[in-house]
Design a protein around this ligand. Sequence first.
Ligand code: SF4
Length: 69
Amino acid sequence: MALEIKIDRETCMGSGNCVFWAPGVFDLDDDGISVVVEIDAAPKEKIVLAAQGCPTQAIVVLEDGEKIA
Ligand code: SF4
């Protein structure tokens, strides 16, 4: 099972929700935009919650190439 996370940096508004839901996976960079730091730092469920909780829907989660959030 290969998880992949894509963040649209144009769409992210730096709310930090994803960092709240999956700390260690997401962090805000120096520009205040979300980045993936360690994809294995939280279970898949938390990463999906993070994507669903993004107010601008900037996060896409893929599993084996298929969109799951
Ligand atoms: S929840 Fe969405 S808008 Fe907020 S920091 Fe994460 S990616 Fe950006």
